[in-house]
Design a protein around this ligand. Structure first.
Ligand SMILES: [Zn+2]
Length: 162
């Protein structure tokens, strides 16, 4: 083997090592992104939970399908529910915006959480329908019709309840 052969063998080895290193870096970065995406989605949902700790009387309007009061009958609660509903929609839009960074099973869990919140809240459904153009990710999710509990999540599945 001549000197130039050694040189080219050396560059092949260096290139291979570089390839392995960049592959490992890519896997590591993806994993970090995944953790970061999951963490920030979790943080957002925890912030949503904070709203109900501070204002527990709002909870039935988001989780128990209670119809919110009109502005005339109870302006304070009416606007609180509207504001909470918008906050929930913003959080859910962000959660679903990051879906590509979740593992498959996590993605399904996040999807069903979104479906559950819609299923439990006339206010969230109404606010979404009135402002669909603000929520392109949720709209895409709804158009996909993918759902693990179609009879419970008719708003997303397009199915009919049992
Ligand atoms: Zn579902």
């Amino acid at each position: 083997m001549g000197f130039s052969d050694w040189i080219s063998a050396g560059s092949v080895i260096i290139a291979s090592v570089a390839l392995v290193v960049s592959g490992v870096t890519l896997i590591y970065t993806r994993r970090q992104l995944r953790f970061a995406a999951n963490d920030s989605a979790t943080d957002l949902v925890l912030q949503m939970g904070q709203v109900f700790l501070e204002y527990p009387l709002v909870r039935p309007y988001v989780y128990q399908n209670a119809q919110p009061p009109t502005e005339e009958t109870n302006p304070e609660m009416h606007h609180r529910v509207e504001a909470t509903g918008m906050f929930c929609l913003d959080v859910l839009e962000c959660v679903w915006h990051r879906r590509e960074h979740y593992r498959r099973e996590d993605r399904a869990s996040w999807r069903e959480l979104i479906h559950d919140i819609f299923a439990g809240s006339p206010a969230v459904r109404a606010l979404y329908v009135e402002n669909q153009e603000w929520y392109p990710m949720l709209r895409r999710l709804r158009e996909s019709r993918v759902c693990s509990h179609p009879s419970d999540h008719t708003f997303f599945s397009g199915g009919t309840p049992d």
